[in-house]
Design a protein around this ligand. Structure first.
Ligand SMILES: Nc1ncnc2c1ncn2[C@@H]1O[C@H](COP(=O)(O)OP(=O)(O)OP(=O)(O)O)[C@@H](O)[C@H]1O
Ligand SMILES: [Mg+2]
Length: 306
């Protein structure tokens, strides 16, 4: 059993969705309904872990307006250990027009992180890395942080003996790879960005995974949205085909995959079963029902490719 898992979300968000009957720009619109949800990729991983019965520590930065996030996480059985910084956690506003389902979005930038706050975060990563077996680093960076931040944090965590998981994009992913995290979960777009050319053939995706594995990263899962996923480690490569589901929302499907992966390695699953469980967890996320995880785990079609 994993002693503990920590998730790091450097740039959490409050998602505020407002529904209007018909959206008219430059005029007063009245909300028919509205909902708030707390988000950010590491927080999403912690939430799915909680669904799967695994507790975790959630780290990162929260602004003055986001104290309730910690309270909500506690209610889910997650231990928050966020650093409170001046400024506000970003709110991402989405206005949905019910007449045509069109959406209008406004995303805030989030707080500016000073070197002093960053040092505090490094201290906490160091502290939890000594106590946890796994630490995940997920998502975009807040203002003020350099693209080599994940590279640095992974190194700190590895020195303390933790296994690190990186789910990032662009330069922060590229630099992060230099510290050889234990596992990465790029989606296909992030992987294309990384290699700098299209990856139209799935066998080519497999070859890229093998190259990444030979550079010292132990597990790669490439998620391909509605096309499923490819899992690779040094012992084998598996292609997981998607289930046909009544999709509610694909938001956070990749984060659920990371949580499913952690559950599987916690239970000591082999590569094929881990690939299967990670895919099952993402399938539960998109229909918003984790009670069906066993069923999906059995139903997912897996092929061994190597
Ligand atoms: N439309 C879909 N139908 C069936 N399965 C899906 C669909 N979309 C996503 N999935 C499942 O979820 C997994 C992860 O999805 P995706 O590749 O979109 O992740 P992502 O882009 O990292 O998402 P996010 O970053 O928002 O969490 C897929 O590999 C697949 O198993
Ligand atoms: Mg993702």
């Amino acid at each position: 059993m994993v002693e503990m898992i920590a998730t790091v979300t450097l740039n959490p968000a409050i998602d505020h969705t407002v529904y209007v009957e018909r959206f008219v720009p430059c005029s007063l619109n009245r909300a028919a309904d509205s909902e708030y949800s707390i988000g950010g990729k590491g927080i999403n991983v912690s939430k799915v872990l909680a669904e799967l019965g695994i507790s975790s520590i959630a780290l990162g930065f929260l602004g003055k307006n986001a104290g309730h996030i910690s309270d909500e996480l506690k209610e889910m059985g997650i231990t928050p250990d966020f650093i409170e910084v001046p400024g506000n956690t970003r709110t991402n506003i989405k206005i949905i027009d019910r007449s045509n389902a069109a959406s209008t979005e406004v995303n805030e930038p989030g707080p500016w992180i000073t070197p002093e706050w960053l040092n505090e975060l490094k201290e906490r990563v160091l502290y939890w890395a000594e106590r946890c077996e796994y630490i995940t680093f997920s998502g975009s960076l807040p203002q003020g942080l350099n693209e080599d931040i994940y590279k640095e944090l992974i190194q700190i965590a590895k020195e303390k003996g933790a296994r690190t998981i990186l789910d990032a994009d662009g330069e922060s992913l590229r630099k992060g790879l230099e510290s050889a995290p234990y596992m990465i979960k790029p989606n296909i777009h992030e992987l294309k960005n990384l290699v700098g050319h299209p990856l139209d053939d799935e066998r080519e995706v497999m070859n890229v995974c093998n190259e990444i594995i030979s550079s010292g990263i132990e597990v790669v899962i490439v998620s391909m949205g509605s096309k499923g996923s490819i899992y690779a480690d040094s012992k084998g490569v598996y292609r997981a085909y998607p289930l046909e589901l009544d999709v509610k929302s694909t938001v956070g499907a990749g984060d659920a995959m990371v949580a499913g992966f952690l559950y599987a390695v916690d239970r000591g699953f082999d590569g094929e079963s881990t690939a299967r469980f990670a895919a099952a967890s993402s399938s539960c996320r998109i229909i918003s029902d984790f009670k069906r995880i066993r069923e999906f785990y059995e139903r997912i079609r897996i092929e061994r490719w190597q």
